[in-house]
Ligand binder design. Structure first.
Ligand code: PRP
Length: 180
């Protein structure tokens, strides 16, 4: 059976994603035309979005990555954020654009925003491919949002369930029988 058979519904197709990233890229290109931002991808979920987003942004920039972990193997955020891999370069004085695949409870991004603010960047903005506002418990919002989605368990285009489905080229809702 293909991994695609585990998907109940497509939330954002490959074409939807491509078109939306083009729009986000145009906005970021305009907003940062006189700057040289550093895109900080939050791995692992961001890896495909980051790759496509930076190519849609016609700006001088650098890239960096952090690896953080908040979920373990379950589907509910534990609240704790662990830094598995820190920034490789100093962000003091830089215009930081944090790149996430999904903003859910907001725990990860509120922690990362505080963490990076302490390193005195010139500015911090957040771009997230997916926003799930119904689940928000932390006080954090994204500056650029790809798609606002309902509270469903989504996988694909970088997002996993138990580390799988990240290579699915679109965003889909996982069939409940797969994780229950
Ligand atoms: C996911 C996602 C965000 C976070 C969002 O990461 O990439 O970092 O959860 O959830 P929150 O808003 O409730 O904090 P995850 O810990 O699953 O790791 P991954 O990126 O390796 O998939």
């Amino acid at each position: 059976m293909s991994m695609r058979d585990d998907i109940a519904k497509v939330l954002a197709s490959e074409d939807d994603i491509r078109a939306r990233i083009k729009e986000l890229g145009a906005r970021i290109t305009e907003d940062y035309k006189d700057k040289e931002p550093v895109f900080v991808g939050v791995l692992k979920g961001c890896f495909l979005f980051m790759a496509d987003l930076v190519r849609a942004c016609d700006v001088r920039c650098t890239v960096d990555f952090m690896v953080v972990s908040s979920y373990g193997a379950g589907t509910i955020s534990s609240g704790a954020v662990e830094i598995v891999k820190d920034l490789s370069h100093d962000i003091a004085g830089r215009d930081v654009i944090i790149v996430e695949d999904i903003l859910d409870s907001g725990n990860t991004l509120s922690y990362l925003k505080r963490y990076m603010n302490a390193r005195e960047p010139a500015s911090i903005r957040i771009v997230t491919l997916l926003d799930k506002p119904d689940r928000r418990t932390a006080d954090v919002e994204a500056d650029y949002i790809g798609f606002t989605i309902p509270d469903a368990f989504v996988v694909g285009y970088g997002l996993d369930y138990d580390q799988r489905y990240r290579n699915l080229p679109y965003i889909g809702v996982l069939k409940p029988e797969v994780y229950s």
